[in-house]
Every structure is written in structure tokens, then in C-alpha cells.
Design a protein around this ligand. Structure first.
Ligand code: NAP
Length: 344
């Protein structure tokens, strides 16, 4: 089955990653590109400041970018990947869903809405069936699915792997790459030779999205996990790859070897973009590192290392590529799950 797909916000940092992933994808045919009014009417080559290492795919470069409006996207496009600023997503994503499009979105708007599935397929694929509730409540032919924030995606799979030990309390400190702020997000004067110990709204996203992702869905209601999460978020001058320091307190004893085994054996899922293994476990105390390890599993793997038993529970570091596993790749994977589960 080949699904015709489009990208909303196709010219941005995440939009460009989506183009890179969708252009060679055997089941998705790229058929619509949208951006702001200032890009609409231009070819993709003119509108996008292309920054990826590979050239713009030849069959995308001369496609005309349209406005981000349901009327501007062809009716035979079924699935849209959204990488819009959240204020824009909040305004237009519901209009696309109402018009019958299925939207797999990166933007933070509605991530915590009770009828919107927030999904990492390897962690909580069953939450996607919350779409039945969403369609009942909103009367949409389309549907809205979200992937979590890039720093949330980095540590939640490692917590899911430890769930059997009863995760009760988590502290996490992030070291986040500049690409996570988008192209216009952090200026060179702010970040070179520096670290920024605050990212607006980010800590709250880790603290709330993690509980929703690890929650249980009974077919009607989603109950959030009662784990307590405290986060501190820092921007550092790496280009891609969020590194996180994690401390986990569990109900039952958990030693280093048990944690490493649980993560190494945590199952993947048989979707095209899901890596196997999902979690790469390092024995070395100084791994993972952003430059060395962010491309594991084509940028879709999470890696973990630096395990030790501490006064505040098990301590480790984890890493994921923020614009691939944390954004574009996460949306594509959710798109594959939607196809697999018959939502298209
Ligand atoms: P970005 O580089 O600033 O790109 C924003 C995109 O949205 C561009 O294509 C832009 O088009 C378009 N846009 C802006 N205003 C618009 C409007 N009024 N109407 C229609 N389109 C508009 O941002 P990004 O880093 O790719 O992030 C996109 C979304 O993904 C955000 O919600 C972000 O929070 C989320 N996210 C990002 C990451 C990451 O690692 N970067 C990770 C997870 C989630 P023009 O080029 O025409 O302005």
C-alpha cells in the first residue's frame, strides 16, 4: 500500500528532516509541501534554506510550496506530517483533521489533551486507539496523533525498560543541542562558548508527557502513570543529539546489571523505521556522546551508558538524535503505526 503524504512546515529544521526520511520511503509518496505565506508560491529550493548534508532530493527541489491551509492541499493526500510552530499548529491542525486528513504532528499543542494519543510506538502503541474516542468526541473523519517533545523521547524508552522494577521517582537533567530550538531559535552570540540553563516550558514537558506516555489505556480512558518526574533543561553548543543524566528510584531493588539487561533486551516493534535494538547499551562510562552516538540506528536508536548505583537510585546517561528520533523520525514512525493499525 502506498500512501500519499504531505509535510506542514516543510521548510524548517524538522521539515527538512522529514523530507530526507520521506523521499526514499517505500510506502509514503511525498505529494504536498506547505509553509508560511512568505514561502507559498516559491519552489522548495527557493523557500527552504536547505541545511542537511545530503542535497535536496531532485524530485522535491522544484515542487511549489503552498500555504498551510486545507484548501491548498490536494484531496488525495491522506496523511500529513506536521512540523509547525505550536501556535500555528494549534490554529490549523484541527482544520486539517476536520477536513478529513490524518495528521502525525511534532508540535506541542494538544499533546496533553485527553483524547489525543501521544505515542512512541515501541512504548505505548496501544494508545493510538484513543483515536476512536477522539473521532467520537470531535466528529472528525481525520485524526490527530502526536509524538512527544524531543527530550521526552530520549529518556522515556529507558524508563519503560525499567517499569518492571516499579519506577517511582525520576530526576533528569538535559544537555540539549541547538537544532532543538529550530533554525531561528538560538543565536551564535548566545550559545558559542556558553550553556543556557533554561529552556522555556521544556522541564514541564518532560515531567508531564512522560507520565502520559507511561500511562495505561483501557479502551476508553487513559490513566497517567503516577511516577514523579523532576527535570532541569540546559542548551549546549552541540548541533544534534540530546544527552540526559537520569536518576531513577524504584520500588524493588535495581542494580546496574539488571538495568543494563532490561534496556538491552527491551523489545523493538516491527515497523520499518523502528531500530532493533531500540536501546543501545554501553559498558563504557563516557558513552553515549552526541557526536559519536546520535546516528545509531539511522538516528532512531536511544543509547544509554554510565550506569552506577547512587544515593538517589540508579544513575545513567541516555542520548537520542533530537531531529530524527526526537522529531521527524518519530512522526514518520507514528505514520507507519497509523497505517499498520488501519487508520488510513
Ligand atoms: P522551524 O525551523 O522554525 O520551522 C518552522 C516551519 O513552520 C517552517 O516551515 C515555517 O515556514 C513554518 N511556519 C512558520 N510560521 C508559519 C505560519 N504562520 N503558517 C504556516 N507555516 C509556518 O521549527 P522546527 O525546529 O522545525 O520545529 C517545528 C515544530 O516541531 C515546533 O513545534 C517544534 O517545537 C517541534 N519540535 C522540534 C524539534 C527539534 O528538534 N527541532 C523536536 C521536537 C519537536 P517558513 O520557512 O515559510 O517560515
Amino acid at each position: 500500500m502506498v500512501v500519499r503524504v504531505g509535510v506542514l512546515g516543510a521548510t524548517g529544521a524538522v521539515g527538512q528532516r522529514l523530507i530526507e526520511l520521506l523521499d526514499p520511503h517505500p510506502e509514503f509518496e511525498l505529494a504536498a509541501l506547505t509553509a508560511s505565506e512568505s514561502s507559498a508560491g516559491k519552489t522548495y529550493r527557493e523557500a527552504a534554506k536547505w541545511r542537511a548534508e545530503s542535497p535536496i532530493p531532485a524530485d522535491v527541489a522544484d515542487v511549489t510550496v503552498t500555504e498551510t491551509d486545507p484548501g491548498a492541499v490536494a484531496n488525495d493526500v491522506d496523511l500529513l506530517f506536521s512540523s509547525l510552530p505550536s501556535s500555528v499548529g494549534a490554529a490549523v491542525e484541527p482544520a486539517f483533521c476536520e477536513a478529513g486528513y490524518v495528521v502525525s504532528s511534532n508540535s506541542s499543542n494538544e499533546r496533553m489533551a485527553p483524547d489525543v494519543p501521544l505515542v512512541i510506538p515501541e512504548v505505548n502503541a496501544e494508545h493510538v486507539d484513543l483515536l476512536e474516542v477522539q473521532r467520537d468526541e470531535r466528529g472528525w473523519d481525520g485524526a490527530l496523533v502526536k509524538n512527544p517533545n524531543c527530550s521526552t523521547i530520549t529518556f522515556v524508552p529507558t524508563l519503560a525498560a525499567l517499569e518492571a522494577f516499579g519506577i517511582e521517582r525520576v530526576h533528569v537533567a538535559t544537555l540539549q543541542a541547538v537544532s532543538g530550538a529550530g533554525y531561528d531559535g538560538v543565536t551564535s552570540m548566545e550559545i558559542i562558548d556558553n550553556a543556557l540553563p533554561h529552556i522555556g516550558g521544556e522541564a514541564e514537558k518532560l515531567e508531564t508527557e512522560s507520565r502520559k506516555l507511561l500511562g495505561t489505556f483501557d479502551g476508553a480512558t487513559l490513566d497517567h502513570h503516577d511516577v514523579e518526574v523532576a527535570a532541569s533543561c540546559n542548551r549546549i553548543p552541540t548541533l544534534d543529539g540530546h544527552l540526559e543524566n537520569v536518576w531513577v528510584e524504584t520500588a524493588t531493588d535495581l542494580d546496574v546489571e539488571q538495568a543494563k539487561t532490561a534496556m538491552a533486551e527491551y523489545p523493538s516493534i516491527g515497523l520499518r523505521s523502528s531500530p532493533d535494538p531500540l536501546i543501545e547499551v554501553f559498558d563504557e562510562p563516557d558513552r553515549p556522546q552526541p557526536r559519536l552516538d546520535r546516528d545509531l540506528g539511522d538516528g532512531m536508536a536511544v543509547s544509554a551508558g554510565g550506569f552506577r548505583e547512587s544515593r538517589f537510585g540508579l544513575q545513567y546517561n541516555c542520548l537520542a538524535h533530537n531531529t530524527i528520533r526526537g522529531a521527524a523520525g518519530a512522526s514518520v514512525l507514528n505514520g507507519e503505526l497509523l497505517v499498520e493499525n488501519g487508520y488510513l
